[in-house]
Design a protein around this ligand. Sequence first.
Ligand code: HEM
Length: 409
Amino acid sequence: LDGRSTSGTDTSQIITDVLDKMYSESGRANPYPLYAQLRELGPVVTAPDGTVLISGYAEQRAFLQDHRLTKHPGRRLAAAGWPDWRDRPSLQLMFESMLFLNPPEHTRLRRLVSAAFTPARVERMRPVVERITADLLDALPGGTVNFVEDFALPMPIAVVAALLGVPSSDWAMFQSLARDWTLVLDDISPATVERADRAAVEMGECFTRLAKDRAKHPQDDMMSVIVAAQGDDKLTGRELVTMAALLLVAGFETSSGLLSKGLVALLRHPEQAARLRAEPDLAVSAAEELIRYDSPIQLVPNRTAEEDIEVAGVKLAARQPVIAVIGAGNRDPKVFSRPEELILDRQEAPPLSFGGGVHYCLGAPLARIEAQVALPAVLRKFPDIELAGTPVPRAGHVISGLLKLPVSL
Ligand code: HEM
C-alpha cells in the first residue's frame, strides 16, 4: 500500500494525465472515468510532484480522521506569492476561519458555533427551507431557465442568511458579495483578490452591524447566540465576522452544487426521478445518494503531517501534501455495490462528501434538509422538466458545481 512503491514511469504518466484532465472542463463535468483509472493504480498513489492522492474510501476516512494531519494555509499562500496574505481582507477572512485552523484554536471556535447549531435549531430551519423553496419556484418565469441563477444559488444563500439573521432585503446583496469572495478558494490571482477584497470588506461591515444590533436586541437566530456567548468562548469582533462569513461561504456554493448537480442526475435518470415524485418517503435516502453520486466537494486538500508518519499502511513524509479525492472514494466498489449507478433507495455507507475528523462539515444536517426539500419539490411542481442544453461546470474542482444549467420547465 505504500504510495511511492507504485510510481513506475507508466504509473507516473497515468497520474499526471489524470490530474491534468481532472481540472479541464470535460474532467470537471465528468471526472468519474478518471477516478476509475486512479483507483485501478491503488487506493493511495503518489504523483510525480510528491502529492499523495487518496482514492480509496477506507483510506480517506483514516487520513481525514488522523489528528496528526494538520492545516497550514500560510505556507500555501506564501508559496503562491501571497506572504502578506493577512493584509488582504479577503484572504485574511477566509484563511483565518476555523476551516483552516487546527486544535486547540479550532476546538474553541467549533464548540461555540456547534452550540448555536443544535439539531433542534437546524430542524427548525425545515419550514424556512420549504417556504424559501416554494417562493423561488413560484417566481420562476417558465419556459427555459438557468436553474443555477434562478434557484440553486439564491436558495442556499437565503437559507444561511435566514439562519444567521440577515434580513431578507439583504439576501441578494449577500449572494453577490459571497460569490465574489469565494473566488479566492479557486484562484488567488491579483484580479480575483482585488474583487474579493472589496466584497470581504463590505460583508465584514454588514456582519459587524448585525452583531451590534443582536447584542442589543437578541432574536431567535444564530448571530444572537454567537454574540451572547460569554467567558472563554466569547468571540472577538474579528472572530465573529470571520465565523459568520465562513458559514455563508461554506454553505452556499456547496449546497448550490448539490441542488444543481442533483437535478442533473435526476433528469438523466428519469425512472429514478419518477420514483422520487411518487414516493415522498424516498426523499431522505435520495438526498444521501445524490450527495454520494456527484459530490459538491470533489477534493479535500490542505492537510500535511509535521513529521514522517504512517496512516492506513501508507508512509507519509513530513509536509508531503495529501489530497483526499472524495468523488473517487464515493464510488469505491469495496464499499458501494454498483457504485456508478444512481440508486435512490441505496442504504450503504455514508458518503465522504462532508469530509471527516475535526473539520467534518458543520452544516451537513442543513444541507441534507435542503436537498430533501428542494429536489422533490422541483420535480413535483414541474412534471415535464427536462434538460435544455449541456450543463456548464464552474471553474473550481474542490467545490464542484455548475455555472449554467438550462432546463425547460
Ligand atoms: C466543512 C462539505 C454544506 C458549513 C466542510 C467540509 C466539507 C464540507 C467536505 C470539510 C473540509 C475540510 O475538511 O477541509 C459540504 C457539502 C455541503 C456543505 C458537500 C453541501 C452539500 C454546508 C452548509 C454549511 C456548512 C449548508 C453551513 C451552513 C461548514 C463549516 C465547515 C464545513 C462551518 C468547517 C468546519 C470546521 O472547520 O470545523 N463542509 N458542506 N457546510 N462546512 Fe460544509
